[in-house]
Ligand binder design. Structure first.
Ligand code: NAP
Length: 275
């Protein structure tokens, strides 16, 4: 399994997304994924399923040190004391002493970047998070984290798939040793009707979802966290790692329209800013 190694982070490129899994179905799905070989689990305070993931982590035979766990703090809790309280609560639910990666889930409008980064850095210094990072941060905000706050962020988790351009975020992240984790890597499972993907899939005896996933996993510094509750989908996504795309495949995917943003809440950041 390929990993991203940067600034001490050693994160498997393929992870399991868990939103909106809940209840025992979530615990079972995480256990199934661990049995297949997944070693990277993505959750968040906001998903309300950390306890169910904690139950899976408590049951599995896989060693803690071999599993990468990411969770995220909601933007209402960016002050140091609030973030500490929320992080401790996440750890209690996950039944862990530390998470591998702790992210700010969404930037808050007019947020005090310096203070939020200090909150993250305190958690890291206290051993609650091995690594810290952000999610849904456009380049201008990443720049403030790195250049103003001097925070050692190692990851930005953003929507990224074959139908969405992320050139600017990727360029800044790569230049600063920051991993990019692609969420909605399968565009929520709606890729079957994209003719170019279907054609490439036929050529490789694969599915359009597998092609879309492998296109992401092939990129430097990019991880992907497809959510799959169904065993067959988890296995299919795992098997995508074996596909070998060629230049013709990559050119066809590059030519797809790239403006389909699926997750774009009114309170979200402005993505069309000049970088
Ligand atoms: P996604 O992973 O692109 O799509 C998930 C959907 O695709 C599910 O309906 C799943 O079905 C289906 N699927 C999985 N594998 C498939 C396959 N091989 N073929 C066909 N369909 C397949 O979208 P997402 O769940 O929105 O994103 C993934 C993860 O990213 C989330 O679970 C979450 O952990 C994270 N996320 C983060 C943010 C953020 O703001 N940071 C935002 C959104 C998501 P089944 O479940 O039925 O198998």
């Amino acid at each position: 399994m390929d990993r991203i190694t940067t600034s001490g982070l050693h994160m498997p490129k393929l992870g399991l997304g868990t939103w909106p899994m809940s209840g025992s179905g979530c615990t079972d799905a995480v256990l199934r994924a661990l049995a297949i070989g997944y070693r990277h689990i993505d959750t968040a305070q906001m998903y309300g399923n950390e306890a169910e993931i904690g139950a899976a982590l408590a049951q599995t035979d896989v060693k803690r040190a071999d599993i990468h766990v990411t969770t995220k703090v909601s933007r209402e809790f960016l002050a140091p004391d609030a973030m500490r309280r929320v992080a401790e609560e996440s750890l209690r639910k996950l039944r862990l002493d530390y998470v591998d990666l702790y992210l700010i889930h969404w930037p808050a409008a007019g947020m005090d970047v310096q203070r939020a980064m200090e909150s993250l850095m305190r958690l890291q210094a206290g051993g609650l998070a091995k690594h810290i990072g952000v999610s849904n941060f456009p380049v201008a905000l990443m720049r403030r984290c790195i250049e103003e706050a001097r925070a050692p962020i190692v990851c930005n988790q953003v929507e990224y798939h074959v139908m969405l351009d992320q050139t600017k975020v990727l360029a800044y992240a790569r230049a600063h040793g920051i991993a990019v984790t692609a969420y909605c890597p399968l565009a929520r499972g709606n890729l079957g009707e994209v003719e170019a993907l279907a054609r490439i899939a036929r050529k490789h005896g694969a599915t359009p979802a597998q092609i879309a996933l492998k296109w992401l996993l092939d990129q430097d510094g990019v991880a992907a966290i497809p959510k799959a509750s169904r065993a067959a989908n988890q296995q299919e996504n795992w098997d995508a790692q074996k596909i070998v795309l060629d230049g013709e495949d990559r050119a066809a995917i590059a030519a797809l329209p790239k403006s389909r943003r699926i997750v774009n809440p009114a309170a979200g950041p402005k993505w069309d800013e000049a970088a």
